[in-house]
Design a protein around this ligand. Structure first.
Ligand SMILES: [Fe+2]
Ligand SMILES: [Fe+2]
Length: 365
């Protein structure tokens, strides 16, 4: 009796495996593998023009960790002194507000009585005022540790989706160049934040459980879902970029070195990274043909992925209990402004790939 299944297996094994190189046959790239829904693993040549535009328009003057350190006179900065200088330059009503904001998110046992006294009597004078400034500087110094650790781990997380893109953009050298630039940039960012954390803040890198979980999730999905992982990459880049942009431009960010770091990383690299992810996403989904409505699978996948990112960024309750919100407030900056800024950048960027952000996942501010 002939068993069709077995005979087809036999004939399959009898063939030369498709990737084997024999008799100088050129390697054929697999061109029909797809993610669920209409996502191609292989990018069509017509998308080269988009990649070329990013490469041509980016002012990617070669900057390194060392050139940045020279540029900002790295060794001359003492973060605690920088913070104290900023506090000294504030008008008294702003200093009082900053003190109340910083103390209210600190762990000090006397914080309630201190806040009451500041609200009722205003700022103290003389030695008491200097002591108060020292206390605010300590709180802000610790807040920088938390914020920098978050930025550092986010930089390291960002490498995952695009490092795999180097593989699945095979046969499209312009996309490969963009992806490898991206990975190179993230390595540099992570190194600079690591320097700031250890050399300037005397801190240590700490992995948060949710970052480790997201890293594991990335590693799992990247090989099987190229467009899904680029969507995650776009989310990480947009949120991270908006975060750096906010601190780089905010007049109250109390350390000029931190501001310079955020500004260099955002303006020289992160904006381009968002463009790379957006372009790669469009190319993988062949958006020129399929338009922006996409498939049901694309919509479902993006929604689930955005949910996971929103939890990571905004916290479960999306409220004042989130450590980034507390740290931002400690710097004398209204955390609602940070989250409004991030949400608006995220909505704009996702609209460009046809993804409508689920408002219920954003913090209610
Ligand atoms: Fe980065
Ligand atoms: Fe980036």
């Amino acid at each position: 009796m002939r068993v069709p299944f077995l005979s087809s297996l036999k004939s399959w094994f009898g063939k030369t495996p498709p990737t084997q190189i024999a008799n100088n046959t050129p390697i054929k790239f697999q061109s029909n593998a797809t993610e669920f829904g209409n996502c191609n693993f292989v990018i069509k040549s017509k998308y080269d023009e988009l990649a070329k535009k990013i490469l041509e328009n980016s002012d990617r003057t070669h900057w390194t960790r060392d050139s940045f350190r020279k540029e900002v006179n790295w060794d001359s900065h003492d973060v605690k002194q920088n913070i104290l200088q900023t506090l000294n330059s504030l008008p008294s009503y702003e200093l009082r507000d900053t003190a109340i904001m910083a103390i209210s998110v600190s762990d000090g046992s006397e914080k309630d009585s201190l806040i009451n006294s500041l609200m009722e009597k205003g700022l103290p004078t003389g030695a008491e005022l200097e002591k108060l400034k020292g206390l605010i500087a300590d709180i802000q110094f610790d807040a920088f540790k938390t914020i920098t650790n978050h930025a550092l781990t986010a930089e390291q997380l960002a490498v995952a989706p695009l490092s795999k893109a180097i593989v699945f953009t095979k046969a499209r050298p312009l996309f490969q160049e963009l992806s490898s630039q991206f990975v190179d940039d993230e390595g540099r960012h992570s190194h600079i934040f690591q320097d700031y954390l250890t050399e300037k803040l005397g801190g240590e890198r700490k992995d948060s459980k949710s970052v480790v979980r997201d890293f594991d999730l990335f590693s799992l999905i990247v090989p099987i879902m190229p467009a899904g992982s680029v969507f995650l990459g776009l989310a990480v880049e947009t949120v991270g970029g908006a975060f750096f942009e906010f601190f780089a431009n905010h007049p109250k960010t109390p350390d000029p070195l931190f501001k310079a770091m955020c500004s260099a990383i955002y303006s020289r690299d992160e904006e381009r990274h968002m463009d790379i992810c957006e372009t790669l996403y469009k190319a993988l989904h062949d958006k020129e043909n399929q338009g922006y409505l996409g498939s049901k699978w694309e919509e479902f996948r993006n929604k689930q992925m955005f949910r996971s990112i929103a939890k990571q960024v905004y916290g479960k309750q999306a409220g004042m209990d989130h450590y980034l919100m507390r740290s931002t407030q400690a710097l004398g900056i209204d955390p609602k402004d940070l989250f409004k800024h991030i949400s608006s950048r995220v909505k704009d960027r996702f609209a460009r790939i046809g993804h409508k952000v689920d408002e219920s996942l954003l913090p209610k501010l």
